[in-house]
Write a protein that binds this ligand. Sequence first.
Ligand code: AMP
Length: 115
Amino acid sequence: MTTETIFSKIIRKEIPADIVYQDEQVTAFRDIAPQAPTHILIIPNKIIPTVNDVTAEDEQVLGHLFVVAAKIAKEQGIAEDGYRLIVNCNKHGGQEVFHLHMHLVGGKQLGKMLP
Ligand code: AMP
């Protein structure tokens, strides 16, 4: 199922978001409820609801998410100190928006990976 979420509206700029990067494949914008000084979501423009829905066709765009993550981390000045990339899946992963997204979090010393 490729049901639209609020992220499709952000991609199409139908609702406001602080977009830091966009190209024909991906969009990156600041998380509305940041968990760290830098908290940016990087998403494919194509709807992939969860990691469970990923197919071999998505390899290129998902690789591109990492390329864009590295570029944004550098631009935000957090690359050298480091950061964390997180992709949540479904209930146990704590996924709330069913449009696959990579969280780029950094700008401070992060805690243990799992609380
Ligand atoms: P997840 O729990 O991995 O599905 O993460 C969803 C993230 O989307 C959360 O960190 C929310 O704060 C964020 N979020 C939800 N709505 C918006 C929005 N309109 N603009 C920016 N971030 C959002």
